[in-house]
Design a protein around this ligand. Structure first.
Ligand SMILES: [Ca+2]
Length: 379
Protein backbone atom coordinates (compact mmCIF):
# COMPACT_ATOMS: atom_id res chain seq x y z
CA UNK A 1 0.00 0.00 0.00
CA UNK A 2 2.73 2.43 0.98
CA UNK A 3 4.78 1.70 -2.13
CA UNK A 4 1.68 2.15 -4.29
CA UNK A 5 0.98 5.53 -2.67
CA UNK A 6 4.61 6.54 -3.10
CA UNK A 7 4.79 5.84 -6.82
CA UNK A 8 1.41 7.43 -7.55
CA UNK A 9 2.05 10.71 -9.36
CA UNK A 10 0.28 13.99 -8.68
CA UNK A 11 -2.28 13.18 -11.44
CA UNK A 12 -3.19 9.88 -9.74
CA UNK A 13 -1.47 7.64 -12.30
CA UNK A 14 1.43 5.21 -11.88
CA UNK A 15 4.19 5.47 -14.47
CA UNK A 16 6.95 3.30 -13.05
CA UNK A 17 7.66 -0.18 -11.71
CA UNK A 18 9.50 -0.24 -8.39
CA UNK A 19 12.60 -1.94 -7.05
CA UNK A 20 12.10 -2.37 -3.32
CA UNK A 21 14.26 -2.50 -0.21
CA UNK A 22 13.59 -4.45 2.91
CA UNK A 23 12.08 -1.66 5.02
CA UNK A 24 11.44 -3.16 8.45
CA UNK A 25 14.05 -5.92 8.68
CA UNK A 26 17.78 -5.54 9.35
CA UNK A 27 17.38 -1.83 10.09
CA UNK A 28 19.52 0.28 12.47
CA UNK A 29 19.11 -1.07 15.99
CA UNK A 30 20.63 -0.94 19.44
CA UNK A 31 22.92 -3.85 20.40
CA UNK A 32 24.78 -4.84 23.55
CA UNK A 33 27.81 -6.94 24.34
CA UNK A 34 25.92 -9.86 25.91
CA UNK A 35 28.93 -11.06 27.92
CA UNK A 36 29.34 -7.62 29.53
CA UNK A 37 25.60 -7.47 30.29
CA UNK A 38 25.73 -10.89 31.95
CA UNK A 39 28.82 -9.96 33.95
CA UNK A 40 27.10 -6.76 35.12
CA UNK A 41 24.11 -8.90 36.11
CA UNK A 42 21.86 -6.61 34.08
CA UNK A 43 19.27 -7.07 31.37
CA UNK A 44 19.23 -4.89 28.27
CA UNK A 45 17.77 -1.55 29.47
CA UNK A 46 14.47 -0.39 28.03
CA UNK A 47 14.44 3.17 29.31
CA UNK A 48 16.92 6.05 29.44
CA UNK A 49 17.48 5.94 33.21
CA UNK A 50 18.44 2.26 33.23
CA UNK A 51 20.53 2.85 30.13
CA UNK A 52 22.56 5.61 31.78
CA UNK A 53 23.04 3.40 34.85
CA UNK A 54 24.41 0.66 32.60
CA UNK A 55 26.81 3.04 30.83
CA UNK A 56 28.13 4.19 34.21
CA UNK A 57 28.67 0.58 35.26
CA UNK A 58 30.54 -0.21 32.04
CA UNK A 59 32.68 2.90 32.50
CA UNK A 60 33.63 2.19 36.11
CA UNK A 61 34.31 -1.55 35.94
CA UNK A 62 36.93 -3.77 34.36
CA UNK A 63 34.43 -5.35 31.97
CA UNK A 64 37.04 -6.92 29.69
CA UNK A 65 38.98 -8.34 32.64
CA UNK A 66 42.42 -7.09 31.61
CA UNK A 67 43.14 -5.70 35.09
CA UNK A 68 42.63 -2.10 33.96
CA UNK A 69 39.29 -0.54 34.91
CA UNK A 70 39.90 2.60 32.85
CA UNK A 71 40.16 1.30 29.27
CA UNK A 72 36.44 0.55 28.79
CA UNK A 73 34.50 2.80 26.40
CA UNK A 74 30.87 2.41 27.55
CA UNK A 75 29.41 2.84 24.06
CA UNK A 76 30.75 3.37 20.55
CA UNK A 77 28.14 5.15 18.45
CA UNK A 78 28.75 6.88 15.13
CA UNK A 79 27.24 10.38 15.22
CA UNK A 80 24.78 9.66 12.41
CA UNK A 81 23.09 7.04 14.55
CA UNK A 82 22.42 9.25 17.60
CA UNK A 83 19.11 10.50 16.12
CA UNK A 84 18.03 6.88 15.52
CA UNK A 85 19.05 5.82 18.98
CA UNK A 86 17.68 8.60 21.16
CA UNK A 87 15.18 10.65 19.09
CA UNK A 88 12.16 8.36 19.59
CA UNK A 89 12.51 8.40 23.41
CA UNK A 90 11.82 12.13 23.14
CA UNK A 91 8.98 11.74 20.64
CA UNK A 92 11.13 12.85 17.71
CA UNK A 93 11.85 11.28 14.33
CA UNK A 94 15.14 13.11 13.84
CA UNK A 95 16.10 10.62 11.14
CA UNK A 96 13.40 11.71 8.73
CA UNK A 97 13.30 15.20 10.26
CA UNK A 98 9.75 15.76 9.08
CA UNK A 99 7.04 13.86 10.88
CA UNK A 100 3.25 13.70 10.75
CA UNK A 101 0.81 13.16 13.61
CA UNK A 102 -2.33 10.98 13.49
CA UNK A 103 -4.27 13.76 11.82
CA UNK A 104 -1.64 14.22 9.13
CA UNK A 105 -0.23 17.49 10.48
CA UNK A 106 3.42 17.84 9.51
CA UNK A 107 6.09 19.22 11.84
CA UNK A 108 9.88 19.49 11.76
CA UNK A 109 11.41 17.52 14.63
CA UNK A 110 14.49 19.78 14.88
CA UNK A 111 12.18 22.75 15.50
CA UNK A 112 10.36 21.13 18.44
CA UNK A 113 11.11 23.65 21.16
CA UNK A 114 10.32 21.29 24.04
CA UNK A 115 11.33 17.78 23.00
CA UNK A 116 14.37 18.61 20.89
CA UNK A 117 15.72 20.75 23.71
CA UNK A 118 15.23 17.83 26.13
CA UNK A 119 17.04 15.52 23.66
CA UNK A 120 20.01 17.90 23.49
CA UNK A 121 20.09 18.30 27.27
CA UNK A 122 20.21 14.53 27.66
CA UNK A 123 23.05 14.08 25.17
CA UNK A 124 24.95 17.02 26.64
CA UNK A 125 24.64 15.25 30.01
CA UNK A 126 26.11 12.04 28.56
CA UNK A 127 28.91 14.01 26.92
CA UNK A 128 29.78 15.94 30.07
CA UNK A 129 29.91 12.73 32.09
CA UNK A 130 32.17 10.99 29.57
CA UNK A 131 29.50 8.46 28.59
CA UNK A 132 29.34 9.88 25.07
CA UNK A 133 32.98 10.08 24.07
CA UNK A 134 34.79 13.28 23.19
CA UNK A 135 35.52 12.24 19.60
CA UNK A 136 32.02 10.91 18.84
CA UNK A 137 31.58 13.18 15.80
CA UNK A 138 34.50 11.58 13.93
CA UNK A 139 34.00 7.95 14.93
CA UNK A 140 33.63 5.63 11.90
CA UNK A 141 32.62 2.00 11.52
CA UNK A 142 36.19 0.71 11.16
CA UNK A 143 37.05 2.24 14.53
CA UNK A 144 33.99 0.66 16.13
CA UNK A 145 35.02 -2.72 14.71
CA UNK A 146 38.57 -2.28 16.01
CA UNK A 147 37.30 -1.50 19.50
CA UNK A 148 35.00 -4.49 19.52
CA UNK A 149 37.82 -6.75 18.33
CA UNK A 150 39.83 -5.52 21.36
CA UNK A 151 36.82 -6.04 23.67
CA UNK A 152 36.79 -2.37 24.65
CA UNK A 153 33.15 -1.38 24.23
CA UNK A 154 29.75 -2.52 25.46
CA UNK A 155 27.10 -0.79 23.34
CA UNK A 156 26.76 -0.27 19.59
CA UNK A 157 24.07 1.05 17.30
CA UNK A 158 24.19 0.23 13.62
CA UNK A 159 22.38 -1.50 10.79
CA UNK A 160 21.33 -4.88 12.11
CA UNK A 161 23.39 -6.77 9.53
CA UNK A 162 26.53 -5.55 11.31
CA UNK A 163 25.44 -7.48 14.41
CA UNK A 164 26.71 -10.91 13.41
CA UNK A 165 28.57 -10.04 10.21
CA UNK A 166 30.88 -7.24 11.42
CA UNK A 167 30.70 -6.89 15.22
CA UNK A 168 30.10 -10.24 16.95
CA UNK A 169 32.41 -12.11 14.59
CA UNK A 170 35.42 -9.99 15.64
CA UNK A 171 34.87 -10.41 19.40
CA UNK A 172 37.79 -12.49 20.76
CA UNK A 173 35.47 -14.95 22.51
CA UNK A 174 32.62 -15.21 19.99
CA UNK A 175 31.66 -18.87 19.57
CA UNK A 176 28.72 -18.45 17.19
CA UNK A 177 26.12 -18.16 19.96
CA UNK A 178 24.17 -15.16 21.21
CA UNK A 179 25.71 -15.53 24.70
CA UNK A 180 29.08 -14.39 23.34
CA UNK A 181 27.82 -11.86 20.78
CA UNK A 182 26.65 -8.28 20.28
CA UNK A 183 22.91 -8.85 20.52
CA UNK A 184 20.04 -6.61 19.41
CA UNK A 185 17.67 -5.23 22.03
CA UNK A 186 14.46 -3.22 22.37
CA UNK A 187 14.60 0.52 21.63
CA UNK A 188 14.96 2.96 24.53
CA UNK A 189 11.92 4.77 25.90
CA UNK A 190 11.90 8.11 27.69
CA UNK A 191 9.08 10.63 27.89
CA UNK A 192 7.80 8.77 24.81
CA UNK A 193 7.76 5.09 23.82
CA UNK A 194 10.84 4.00 21.92
CA UNK A 195 10.87 2.69 18.36
CA UNK A 196 13.31 2.13 15.53
CA UNK A 197 13.11 4.12 12.31
CA UNK A 198 12.80 1.88 9.25
CA UNK A 199 13.74 2.55 5.68
CA UNK A 200 11.71 3.71 2.69
CA UNK A 201 10.83 0.48 0.90
CA UNK A 202 10.72 2.12 -2.49
CA UNK A 203 14.32 1.71 -3.63
CA UNK A 204 14.22 2.88 -7.23
CA UNK A 205 11.86 3.26 -10.16
CA UNK A 206 12.04 1.98 -13.71
CA UNK A 207 10.15 3.52 -16.60
CA UNK A 208 10.36 3.84 -20.38
CA UNK A 209 11.44 6.97 -22.21
CA UNK A 210 8.39 8.35 -24.05
CA UNK A 211 10.55 9.00 -27.15
CA UNK A 212 11.59 5.33 -27.33
CA UNK A 213 10.91 3.59 -30.65
CA UNK A 214 10.19 0.34 -28.83
CA UNK A 215 7.91 1.32 -25.97
CA UNK A 216 5.92 -1.91 -26.14
CA UNK A 217 9.02 -4.12 -26.16
CA UNK A 218 10.58 -2.14 -23.28
CA UNK A 219 7.39 -2.52 -21.24
CA UNK A 220 7.39 -6.25 -21.95
CA UNK A 221 10.97 -6.41 -20.70
CA UNK A 222 10.06 -4.58 -17.47
CA UNK A 223 7.14 -6.95 -17.05
CA UNK A 224 9.51 -9.91 -17.41
CA UNK A 225 12.05 -8.30 -15.05
CA UNK A 226 9.31 -8.00 -12.41
CA UNK A 227 8.21 -11.66 -12.82
CA UNK A 228 8.39 -14.33 -10.13
CA UNK A 229 11.18 -16.40 -11.78
CA UNK A 230 13.34 -13.30 -12.10
CA UNK A 231 12.67 -12.28 -8.50
CA UNK A 232 13.77 -15.73 -7.36
CA UNK A 233 16.94 -15.38 -9.41
CA UNK A 234 17.72 -11.95 -7.89
CA UNK A 235 17.30 -13.30 -4.37
CA UNK A 236 18.65 -16.84 -4.59
CA UNK A 237 20.73 -17.12 -7.77
CA UNK A 238 20.72 -20.35 -9.78
CA UNK A 239 18.84 -23.45 -8.63
CA UNK A 240 21.16 -26.39 -8.05
CA UNK A 241 24.20 -24.12 -7.81
CA UNK A 242 23.53 -21.44 -5.19
CA UNK A 243 20.31 -22.87 -3.76
CA UNK A 244 18.11 -25.95 -3.60
CA UNK A 245 14.36 -26.36 -3.16
CA UNK A 246 12.97 -29.10 -0.89
CA UNK A 247 9.69 -31.02 -1.29
CA UNK A 248 7.81 -28.29 0.61
CA UNK A 249 9.09 -25.59 -1.71
CA UNK A 250 11.49 -24.19 0.94
CA UNK A 251 14.67 -22.72 -0.52
CA UNK A 252 18.07 -23.17 1.09
CA UNK A 253 21.44 -21.79 0.02
CA UNK A 254 24.02 -24.42 -0.89
CA UNK A 255 27.32 -24.81 0.93
CA UNK A 256 29.08 -23.03 -1.93
CA UNK A 257 26.75 -20.04 -1.48
CA UNK A 258 28.17 -19.47 1.99
CA UNK A 259 31.19 -18.10 0.13
CA UNK A 260 29.80 -14.58 -0.16
CA UNK A 261 32.32 -13.47 -2.82
CA UNK A 262 31.28 -16.36 -5.05
CA UNK A 263 27.59 -15.70 -4.38
CA UNK A 264 27.86 -12.02 -5.22
CA UNK A 265 29.26 -12.92 -8.65
CA UNK A 266 25.77 -14.21 -9.48
CA UNK A 267 24.44 -10.69 -8.93
CA UNK A 268 22.34 -11.42 -5.84
CA UNK A 269 20.12 -8.45 -4.86
CA UNK A 270 20.98 -6.40 -7.96
CA UNK A 271 20.28 -2.95 -6.56
CA UNK A 272 19.51 -0.20 -9.07
CA UNK A 273 19.93 -2.53 -12.08
CA UNK A 274 16.61 -4.40 -12.13
CA UNK A 275 13.27 -3.85 -10.39
CA UNK A 276 14.24 -6.40 -7.75
CA UNK A 277 12.30 -6.97 -4.54
CA UNK A 278 14.77 -7.51 -1.69
CA UNK A 279 13.83 -10.48 0.43
CA UNK A 280 14.03 -11.14 4.16
CA UNK A 281 14.34 -14.93 3.87
CA UNK A 282 17.37 -14.74 1.63
CA UNK A 283 18.99 -12.33 4.12
CA UNK A 284 18.07 -14.60 7.06
CA UNK A 285 20.00 -17.38 5.35
CA UNK A 286 23.18 -15.28 5.26
CA UNK A 287 23.36 -14.36 8.98
CA UNK A 288 23.75 -16.44 12.16
CA UNK A 289 20.56 -18.21 13.28
CA UNK A 290 20.37 -16.24 16.54
CA UNK A 291 20.69 -13.05 14.50
CA UNK A 292 17.83 -13.95 12.15
CA UNK A 293 15.66 -14.70 15.21
CA UNK A 294 16.68 -11.41 16.82
CA UNK A 295 15.79 -9.53 13.63
CA UNK A 296 12.35 -11.16 13.46
CA UNK A 297 11.73 -10.13 17.08
CA UNK A 298 12.97 -6.55 16.60
CA UNK A 299 10.72 -5.98 13.59
CA UNK A 300 7.83 -5.14 15.97
CA UNK A 301 9.69 -1.98 17.04
CA UNK A 302 10.33 -0.61 13.55
CA UNK A 303 8.12 2.18 12.20
CA UNK A 304 7.90 3.60 8.70
CA UNK A 305 10.07 6.63 8.00
CA UNK A 306 8.86 9.74 6.22
CA UNK A 307 7.72 8.40 2.83
CA UNK A 308 9.08 9.11 -0.60
CA UNK A 309 6.67 11.55 -2.27
CA UNK A 310 6.74 12.86 -5.83
CA UNK A 311 7.63 16.54 -5.98
CA UNK A 312 6.25 18.96 -8.53
CA UNK A 313 8.86 21.21 -10.17
CA UNK A 314 7.84 24.14 -7.94
CA UNK A 315 8.03 22.03 -4.80
CA UNK A 316 11.47 20.70 -5.72
CA UNK A 317 12.69 24.23 -6.16
CA UNK A 318 11.56 25.32 -2.69
CA UNK A 319 13.01 22.23 -1.03
CA UNK A 320 16.29 22.33 -2.95
CA UNK A 321 16.71 26.03 -2.22
CA UNK A 322 16.18 25.90 1.55
CA UNK A 323 16.74 22.38 2.84
CA UNK A 324 20.54 22.18 2.52
CA UNK A 325 21.03 25.31 4.64
CA UNK A 326 18.45 24.16 7.18
CA UNK A 327 20.12 20.77 7.59
CA UNK A 328 23.58 22.26 7.89
CA UNK A 329 22.29 24.71 10.51
CA UNK A 330 20.53 22.10 12.65
CA UNK A 331 23.47 19.67 12.52
CA UNK A 332 26.04 22.29 13.45
CA UNK A 333 23.87 23.56 16.28
CA UNK A 334 23.12 20.05 17.58
CA UNK A 335 26.85 19.29 17.81
CA UNK A 336 27.51 22.62 19.54
CA UNK A 337 24.75 22.07 22.10
CA UNK A 338 25.77 18.46 22.78
CA UNK A 339 29.46 19.23 23.22
CA UNK A 340 28.67 22.38 25.20
CA UNK A 341 30.50 24.82 22.92
CA UNK A 342 27.10 26.53 22.80
CA UNK A 343 25.00 26.80 25.93
CA UNK A 344 21.40 25.60 25.85
CA UNK A 345 20.52 29.07 27.15
CA UNK A 346 20.78 29.96 23.45
CA UNK A 347 18.20 27.40 22.39
CA UNK A 348 15.45 29.97 21.72
CA UNK A 349 17.68 31.93 19.38
CA UNK A 350 18.48 28.64 17.57
CA UNK A 351 14.74 28.15 17.01
CA UNK A 352 14.38 31.73 15.80
CA UNK A 353 17.25 31.19 13.37
CA UNK A 354 15.20 28.49 11.64
CA UNK A 355 12.56 31.00 10.50
CA UNK A 356 15.24 33.12 8.85
CA UNK A 357 16.20 30.00 6.85
CA UNK A 358 12.59 29.77 5.56
CA UNK A 359 11.58 26.71 7.51
CA UNK A 360 7.89 27.66 7.30
CA UNK A 361 7.97 27.83 3.48
CA UNK A 362 9.60 24.38 3.40
CA UNK A 363 7.12 23.03 5.92
CA UNK A 364 4.20 24.29 3.80
CA UNK A 365 5.50 22.29 0.84
CA UNK A 366 6.03 19.18 2.98
CA UNK A 367 2.49 19.52 4.34
CA UNK A 368 1.04 19.77 0.84
CA UNK A 369 3.02 16.73 -0.28
CA UNK A 370 2.08 14.69 2.75
CA UNK A 371 -1.61 15.50 2.37
CA UNK A 372 -1.42 14.28 -1.24
CA UNK A 373 0.38 11.10 -0.20
CA UNK A 374 -2.09 10.54 2.62
CA UNK A 375 -4.96 10.80 0.19
CA UNK A 376 -3.37 8.22 -2.15
CA UNK A 377 -2.70 5.95 0.82
CA UNK A 378 -6.25 5.98 2.13
CA UNK A 379 -7.93 5.81 -1.27
CA1 LIG B 1 39.59 -3.19 31.35
Amino acid sequence: MIIKAEITAEDGHIYYVPGTNVGKDYQPVLMYNQKWLDEAGMKAPENLDDFVALLRYFKENDMNGNGDATDEIPMSIMADFLPYMFGPAFGLDLVSGFQADDKGNVTYAYADSENFKAYLEFLNGLYTEGLLEVEYTSLDRDQVIERISNDLTGVAFDFSWAMSMMYSNVLPYYDGTAATAFVGAAPLSGTHDGYYVGRVELGNMFGVNSSSKNIELACKFLDFAMSEPCQTMYQWGIEGESYTVDANGKKTYTVQASDNDWLQQLGINPSFVFPAQQSVVSTDALVADWHAECNAWQEQFVVDPWPFIYSTVDESEVINTYMVDIETYVNENATAFITGTKSLDNFDSYIEGLSALKLQETLDVKQKQYSRYYEALTK
